[in-house]
Design a protein around this ligand. Structure first.
Ligand SMILES: *Cc1c(COP(=O)(O)O)cnc(C)c1O
Length: 358
């Protein structure tokens, strides 16, 4: 590729590779952790009633009504809430505004693969901390030691792609033990069974918690994410936003997200359905000879005791079942399987039984 017009930053980038979104009819798509059921009908109604000539007007740049709704839901104030175009954008702003300027950013060796990408984009130093042999987060290794301290810490809870959650007391040890830097907890999957760190925000000026509407609210297509933290951290994010794009959330996204928060019954029912299906999916995989890590997310992370991950993923693909695999040290033999509908999970298990039997 002719890169003569590229900046040195662009030459250095290794972009994140999102899971595929192929258009294959009858595909069982269990590769990007989307919700198997649709969003609340109230979301669709709210978006429809916003669809008129008002689209010529810019949206509220501060998304005040949505932030208000989020503040209420989480028991915080308006100035503790930042919203962005998906939590990926919120994370990107947080890396630029708050992490890695006074020392390296620390994150687990096995985690959301976007974190190193942001570090490269912004030229931030970073170091990985190995998970334990059973893929748990080693809390002590995230505390300052022997004169070494982080200039920012980020981890997902539950972690991705393992699905394993960290106890809130352990999250608090990391936050309390690192007052010199911001600790960012990415709670993309928290609603599927982990404890949120949001109640700790009022006690710790260095804690930033990020959540999203993409997974538990079934709104990956709407692109809404948010951060909760003390006002100075939120103001730092706002400064980056207003130096980049004043209107990250369009009118439809703002009203749709508000409606999603107002339908607690739908949210609760769909969340519990995923949790119940996850348990039966894990049992089905174990019966086929898989080791399944204990998941508190809307996916499971599993490896077969005899067959390679690459081979299984390919054979599933040939049977129109899509799962995600990461070609990385330690986890190359694992499949990350989104919890789908019961029918989708049944089709996955049937396909695996056929592959393993043959
Ligand atoms: C899905 C995911 C996100 C990003 O979600 P958005 O759709 O950008 O809100 C962030 N972190 C983790 C760990 C995720 O899995």
């Amino acid at each position: 590729m002719d890169d003569r017009y590229w900046s040195p930053t662009v030459k250095r980038l290794t972009p994140y590779v999102p899971g595929e979104q192929p258009r294959i009819p009858d595909l069982v798509k269990l590769n990007t952790n989307e919700h198997p059921h649709g969003p609340s009908p109230r979301v669709l109604a709210a978006i429809q009633s916003e669809l008129d000539e008002r689209l010529r007007l810019y949206p509220d740049p501060e998304a005040t009504a949505l932030r208000h709704e989020l503040a209420q839901r989480h028991g915080v104030e308006l100035d503790n809430v930042f919203v962005g175009n998906g939590s990926d954008e919120v994370l990107a702003f947080a890396f630029q505004a708050l992490l890695g300027h006074s020392g390296p950013v620390w994150f687990p060796d096995v985690t959301y693969s976007f974190y190193p990408v942001y570090c490269t984009l912004y030229g931030l130093p970073h170091e990985t901390v190995p998970l334990t042999d059973d893929f748990r987060l080693p809390t002590d290794a995230f505390l300052p030691q022997q004169g070494r301290a982080a200039g920012g810490i980020v981890f997902a809870n539950p972690n991705a792609p393992t699905g394993i959650a960290l106890e809130l007391t352990e999250v608090e040890r990391i936050v309390a033990g690192n007052p010199q830097c911001v600790v960012l907890v990415d709670e993309a999957y928290v609603d599927f069974g982990a404890q949120s760190a949001i109640p700790l925000v009022k006690h710790y000026p260095n804690l930033l918690v990020v959540q999203t509407f993409s997974k538990s609210r079934a709104l990956a297509g709407l692109r809404v994410g948010y951060a909760i933290g003390q006002a100075p951290l939120i103001e730092a994010l706002r400064r980056v936003k207003d130096s980049f794009n004043s209107y990250p959330l369009d009118r439809l996204a703002q009203v749709g997200a508000i409606a999603a928060l107002q339908d607690e019954a739908h949210f609760e029912a769909m969340r519990l359905d995923v949790i119940a299906t996850r348990a039966s999916l894990a049992r089905g995989l174990e019966a086929l000879g898989f080791e399944v890590l204990p998941s508190q997310a809307n996916f499971v992370f599993a490896r077969h005791r005899e067959r390679s991950g690459a081979e299984l993923a390919q054979s599933l693909r040939e049977r129109k079942v899509l799962v995600r695999r990461f070609d990385q040290p330690r986890i190359a033999d694992f499949l990350r399987i989104t919890v789908g509908t019961r029918e989708q999970c049944a089709r996955l298990l049937e396909a695996l039984a056929e592959i393993l039997g043959g």
